[in-house]
Ligand binder design. Structure first.
Ligand code: ADP
Length: 267
């Protein structure tokens, strides 16, 4: 079983990702796709007059402040346009894909964090009304049902809180939790960069491999959102996933290339 997470940043070639997945699926490989949608969500939020607000925690992690209206825009894009766009591509390629959010069947569950500590103008502030959280539990029943019946699950945030409230969760870490829960052989985190770069944005500074027992020390090379990927990779390998690969989803055969060792391989 391979869990593929494809991001939502500019430059990602979803046609290439879906074609590669369809070919591997047809050859009998079991796969699950998790996707993001941040770039498109930012565009739609701007267009709807509710521009995105990003906050940086005191420890340096950037996240989207998700009030109720933002959550609804987030769902329109992630569960709507992005999810159905990927399902449609896969269906056109002959794969019987089913698109679900983490709310459906409570696939992704976690604690709702209503407030977030954010650094603004050098001061730490507490912002309330946030609909975010972290996936703590993956309920695999529905996924196993689908896989067993020959469907390819296409999953996206949000997750469900324990109270059944939709929460915005990081897709990379959700994919990591999923890979652990399914005892996946590999987790691919595909984005619009060749992998983890030692000197971002210099693409020639690609870090080709990271030992599984030392992932956290590579956090220092990751800025902003890349940090969550490194964290997700650490969680996956600690949870027993043998290989995590940060790969390039901009062209070619992104899944096959990553599995063949292109990108940054954590093992
Ligand atoms: P996605 O939405 O595709 O999952 P993110 O935007 O969340 O991706 O994270 C990937 C981004 O992280 C890259 O586009 C890049 O701008 C940024 N980044 C920060 N530091 C690094 C680094 N050291 N190596 C690679 N990318 C980095």
């Amino acid at each position: 079983m391979i869990v593929v997470k494809v991001g939502g940043s500019a430059g990602i070639d979803y046609d290439a990702v879906c074609a590669d997945i369809a070919a591997r699926w047809a050859a009998g490989e079991k796969l699950i796709l998790v996707h993001g949608g941040s770039g498109e969500t930012n565009r739609v939020a701007e267009a709807l007059g509710h521009p995105p607000k990003f906050v940086t925690s005191p420890s340096g992690y950037t996240s989207r402040f998700t009030d109720r209206q933002t959550l609804e825009i987030f769902e329109m894009v992630y569960c709507g346009k992005m999810n159905k766009g990927i399902v449609e591509r896969l269906q056109r390629l002959g794969v019987n894909a089913v698109g679900l959010s983490g709310l459906d069947g409570r696939i992704f569950e976690g604690r709702h964090k209503d407030s977030v500590r954010a650094v603004e103008n050098g001061k730490v502030k507490v912002l309330r009304g946030d609909h975010t959280g972290t996936v703590e539990k993956v309920n695999t029943g529905l996924i196993e049902l689908l896989l067993g019946a020959g469907y390819l699950p296409v999953l996206t945030p949000p997750a469900s809180s324990y109270e059944g409230v939709a929460i915005n969760v990081d897709g990379d870490r959700a994919a990591a939790a999923l890979a652990v829960a399914l005892k996946a052989d590999a987790l691919l985190l595909l984005s619009n960069v060749p992998g983890l770069l030692r000197a971002y944005p210099d693409e020639s500074s690609l870090i080709p491999s990271i030992p599984a027992n030392d992932v956290e020390s590579y956090l220092e090379f990751a800025q902003d959102r890349m940090k969550k990927k490194v964290l997700g990779a650490a969680e996956a390998v600690q949870g027993g996933v043998r290989r995590v690969i940060f790969g390039d989803a901009r062209a070619g055969q992104p899944v096959s290339a990553a599995l063949a060792g292109a990108g940054t391989v954590v093992e």
